[in-house]
Design a protein around this ligand. Structure first.
Ligand SMILES: Nc1ncnc2c1ncn2[C@@H]1O[C@H](COP(=O)(O)OP(=O)(O)OP(=O)(O)O)[C@@H](O)[C@H]1O
Length: 299
């Protein structure tokens, strides 16, 4: 089911064209990644989806409604890149306030605030003031805020930027756990992270939609990323090309090959690889089924 539809969407700031005739359909389900270099237009797209700014031309429809419309209240929420908390009030009272703004009674809002704090593993800090929280904890509070009212769509703009690995992992876990009910759209520069979470990737560059790809696509071909520890790479290349059902072998850097093959031959290819290693006494460092998001987007 389509949840977000953009048609020829453009946004101009003065003479800067930040988003250039983007047409896009996003469907409900697994998290969706929004990727692109600095200044590509990701935040602009999020702001248009939230209704914070208006398009210069083109249109957006979210669950059949215009961004910012009352009908979307409680259905779509966002974690802005620069989300900040009021230093003067406890975490739970701020979240309670936002829940009341959504129309909940004081008691229901308190309960909802505590529910979302539990989701992000911060129930023990409910009464704390923002300044006593670490950066990672503050980020989780902001995510808790975005989860209030169990929205159908949550936009996360760089949710793990500047976080240590443990906090970043916690945020990935939250997204994974809630993905059955909520469709997350996540903007990030961390391709490894997006690869772990997302099925669909939208790639923007200079305001233009360059690619919208499924990284778990049900295609006829599949990939193995092979990282070698010790071997004759040129000889390996030749021998890989000689295996059955190989479509392409691409060398990446000093020690890696990406092998594309007919999907139905997956098991046979793996056996042949190990036979090759044994026959030549080559050692591998890693065999990854599939290929990295970086390879998918930039090869
Ligand atoms: N309010 C504004 N006024 C003028 N130009 C703006 C404004 N907001 C964004 N821009 C410009 O529009 C372009 C897209 O910016 P945007 O913030 O959407 O990119 P981004 O992909 O989110 O970048 P980053 O990865 O650095 O966050 C950039 O060139 C930026 O300088």
């Amino acid at each position: 089911m389509s949840i977000i539809q953009c048609d020829n969407l453009s946004k101009q700031y003065g003479n800067k064209l930040a988003l250039d005739t983007v047409s896009l359909t996003l469907t409900q389900g697994a998290p969706i990644a929004l990727v692109g270099p600095n200044g590509a237009g990701k935040t602009t797209l999020f702001s248009l989806l939230c209704g914070y700014i208006q398009p210069t031309s083109g249109s957006v429809s979210i669950l059949g409604h215009k961004p910012g419309s009352k009908a979307l209240q409680g259905l779509l929420s966002a974690l802005p890149q620069d989300a900040a908390l009021d230093p003067n009030f406890s975490i739970v009272s701020q979240l309670q306030f936002f829940a009341q703004l959504q129309g909940m009674t004081a008691a229901a809002a308190k309960q909802e605030a505590l529910r979302v704090l539990t989701l992000v593993d911060l129930s023990d800090s409910a009464e704390a003031k923002p300044k006593s929280l670490s950066h990672g904890m503050s980020k989780r509070v902001s995510i808790a805020q975005a989860l209030m009212g169990s929205p159908k769509i949550v936009l996360l703009d760089e949710p793990t930027a500047g976080l240590d690995p443990a906090n970043a992992k916690k945020i990935r876990q939250i997204v994974k756990e809630l993905s059955d009910h909520t469709t997350f759209v996540i903007s990030s520069h961390n391709l490894d992270e997006l690869e772990k979470l997302c099925d669909q990737v939208v790639y923007l560059e200079h305001g233009k939609l360059q690619q919208s790809v499924s990284i778990k696509a049900n295609q006829a071909t599949d990939f193995i990323t092979l990282t070698m520890k010790q071997c004759d790479m040129d000889s390996l290349h030749q021998q890989l090309l000689g295996l059955n059902d190989i479509i392409e072998v691409r060398r990446i850097g000093d020690e890696q090959y990406v092998i594309e093959y007919q999907k139905q031959s997956s098991f046979a290819i793996e056996i042949q690889l190990f036979e090759l290693f044994t026959a030549n006494q080559w050692q591998y460092k890693a065999i990854l089924k599939g290929r990295t998001l970086e390879e998918t987007l930039f090869s």
